[in-house]
Design a protein around this ligand. Sequence first.
Ligand code: KE4
Length: 430
Amino acid sequence: MNIEKSKHLFQLASQIIPGGVNSPVRAFKSVGGIPPFIAKAQGAHIWDEDGNKYIDYIGSWGPMILGHAHPDVIKAIQEVAVNGTSFGAPTKKEITLAEMIVDRVPGCEMVRMVNSGTEATMSAIRLARGATGRDKIIKFDGCYHGHGDSFLIAAGSGALTLGEPNSPGVTKGTAKDTLIAQFNEIETVSELFAKYSNEIAAVIVEPVNGNTGCIPPQNDFLNDLKNLCNKDGTLLIFDEVMTGFRVARGGAAELYNVIPDVFTFGKVIGGGLPIGAYGGKKEIMEQVAPSGPIYQAGTLSGNPIAVTAGIETLKLLTEDSYKILEENSQYLNNGVQNIIDENEYPLWQERVGSMFSLYFHKGPILNTKDVANCDFEAFNSFFHGLLNKGVFIAPSQYETGFISLAHSKSILDETIETIYVTLKELFVHV
Ligand code: KE4
């Protein structure tokens, strides 16, 4: 595959942008090689500057659930843009998007728009601390909630990929208020509650881990979390930036029928434009300025173009859409599982709705400790084997793949065949 233009662009970019990218995971640091510079995208496909075409399973890390450049979304963006791009004043479409979120998410009665998932989680933590008067939070090893200081402790996604679980620049004062538990190990949470009773403002969790690769909650883990929080007057925050409107129409809260006190959202609700949101019970959210004392603000919050793209995306995510996503995601999973079973490959799949991971690990994956035991070298070879054949999966074992409504059965068949050939190449040499 000729990637001369991307190679040249990466050299140029690396001279004026840290690592040549505006978000670390894009740099291929863990898998090696040169990241393709993308020229355009349509449906399930992206093209790089050298004209190479890929089936895309990154989907901008979640937002592109309809597929890239959906005509209705693009048309709506074009129509709204001509009327101005930002006003710093309220618009009626912000009410529409808020209503659509509240209508879909069980237990979410009020919502505030921000500009990224990180802003949403930072704000949610400040809200929890302000509402409870407590300082400490519990997060889970490997979970990633954006790059806010309180979260860059045993963080996932790019932080894990870079092998720097604790980022320089996070003060000891901040780090001491972040307690770490293990996902799917409820006893690691109850131990912290026993030790820090009445000191914990919030437990924040990705209800389905997406930043350690895809890891579902086992059994009653989420409900057990909620009970521990209720008992100690702690707020439970579901970070649904990735799972929201992805794993079900009402997100993980609907899928698992566990309602947190506060939600964070992003990705899908912006249709690919910069957006985030946090929400929850009215009596909690009304403590946010200006209705309450807990301050949070943003120049471009509720931006009319991002909000329009989000409205159009949610409009097209009907109940049938989720049935199609579920059917097609299961189809891909079955296709890959047949290959694993027929060849007895040491691989493990996890999937929730249209988010999935293929782990180079024999046996179940319950949390990030298991992911750490994956064969990263084999994954990296697999990643490049697929990329060179036109299938673009997440460039890290610690990331999740995404299927969109544009990933038709024929595209999934092409993917399954490419995975079959690549695994054959890989395990012949192993
Ligand atoms: P952003 O600030 O990147 O919009 O959202 C942060 C965030 C918060 N919570 C969850 C559960 C998330 O998955 C994210 C961001 N996800 C990563 C993907 N692993 C974004 C990709 C990147 O960092 O480039």
